[in-house]
Ligand binder design. Structure first.
Ligand SMILES: *Cc1c(COP(=O)(O)O)cnc(C)c1O
Length: 389
């Protein structure tokens, strides 16, 4: 019997009736776009993350785009981000005319290396062609980047800080979410993310009222804010005054209704994911080359459980034979991606990103991975290394 990489059906079985009822309510209500469930979900997200403002949007990539638009990223701006992440982290930067500057990662957490970041900011500033503008840090595999230290660097050089929390919704440092330190945090509700919906979805959080006002406008075609209405002395509905170029990027009402049900069990699922991760680490730390490092005071939501192995292709083939799916996040670091040739820059060498891209492999991980199934996965890994001796 083959094992699913992420078992969304096990979660569905737990809350099936509530989800079916929530979806039916939206369909019957007819409020398909920006229905009341969107506002209710945004309210609950504010409470969950401890942020003053939260806005749903169409997906995690749009959330990043909207955040960068609100921060004014454009031509001539350098936006610093890790070289080892999903392509969407930096994708909006060149689309907005800015230049992504790729920085290497820490070898233990896979998150942006704060010292190398500072070197890259200094190098770009000294060169004088681009303006250091924004840092995008990523909560890779579910663990937040070092936001307190990143916020200090951002302050020192006058940059803004975005937390790409697409994989880290619910991840904390000493109980606080990244928005405690970042100017804006974004997340994704893609089904495979720790908090996923049944389609595409995303959100943006901030504590800054000016950023909040812009995001709210930008996600609906740049429609007028109260301030815009006064400035232009406009006395029709705000949606007919387009104060700035924006996107059409709303969170679906049906997805918001589904997310309300999923958010209600999310804390419990984070605990369950941590139990699964602990069992993996205990069983594997003496067998594989590397198991995940979680920094003191950090709580991961385990978007992925990623190990490092030699001979990765053979390892994956062996696991597949044993009915265990594995996945590689990510086989190509961003500074090597064809789409960034000529638009992206890197300052210090990205040897850690390069090395990790050849070694990492992620194991099945979700809240409902039962003991027996997990033991089968662990045994299959053990057998691979036993045979190599
Ligand atoms: C998934 C992901 C995104 C994009 O989210 P979508 O909802 O798929 O657009 C952005 N950044 C990271 C790190 C991701 O993992």
């Amino acid at each position: 019997m083959s094992i699913p990489f992420i078992d969304l059906q096990a979660q569905r079985a737990r809350i099936e009736d509530r989800i079916n009822c929530a979806v039916r309510n939206v369909i019957e209500s007819g409020a398909y776009v920006m229905g009341p469930q969107v506002g209710e979900f945004e309210k609950q997200l504010r409470e969950f993350t401890g942020s003053a403002y939260a806005y749903g949007c169409a997906n995690g990539t749009d959330a990043l785009t909207l955040a960068m638009m609100a921060l004014g990223v454009g031509p001539g701006d350098a936006v610093f981000c890790p070289g080892f992440t999903f392509c969407a982290t930096s994708e909006p930067v060149p689309l907005l005319g800015g230049t992504p500057v790729f920085v290497d990662i820490r070898p233990d957490t896979y998150n942006i290396d704060v010292d190398k970041l500072e070197e890259a900011i200094q190098a770009i500033a000294a060169e004088g062609r681009l303006t250091p503008k924004t840092i995008i840090a990523v909560c890779l595999f579910g663990q937040t980047a070092e936001y307190p230290e990143l916020a200090a660097v951002a302050r020192k050089y006058g940059l803004t800080l975005i937390a790409d929390s697409a994989q880290g919704c619910g991840a904390t440092i000493n109980g606080k979410h990244p928005i405690e330190w970042a100017d804006v945090a974004t997340t994704s509700f893609f089904p495979a993310k720790p908090l996923g919906c049944y389609g595409d979805g995303g959100a943006i959080y901030t504590n800054d009222p000016r950023i909040a006002e812009l995001v709210e406008s930008l996600r609906v075609h740049g429609q007028a804010t109260e301030r815009d209405m006064e400035k232009h002395a406009f006395d029709h509905a705000p949606k007919y005054l387009n104060a700035r170029l924006g996107l059409n990027s709303r969170l679906d009402t049906i997805q918001a209704a589904i997310l309300l049900e999923k958010l209600a069990i999310f804390e419990d699922e984070i605990t369950m994911r941590n139990v699964v991760a602990e069992k993996y680490s205990k069983a594997l730390h003496n067998i594989v080359e590397s198991t995940p490092t979680i920094l003191d005071g950090y709580r991961s939501v385990w978007a992925q459980y990623t190990i490092e192995v030699p001979d990765r292709a053979q390892f994956q083939a062996h696991m597949k034979d044993q009915g265990v799916p594995t996945a590689v996040y990510y086989p190509i670091p961003l500074h090597q991606q064809p789409c960034y040739k000529g638009v992206g820059r890197s300052y210090n060498d990205l040897s850690v990103s390069d090395e990790k891209s050849h070694k990492v492999v992620s194991l099945p991980m979700h809240a409902y991975l039962d003991n027996d199934t997990q033991q089968r996965i662990i045994d299959a890994i053990g057998a691979f290394f036993e045979n190599r001796r």
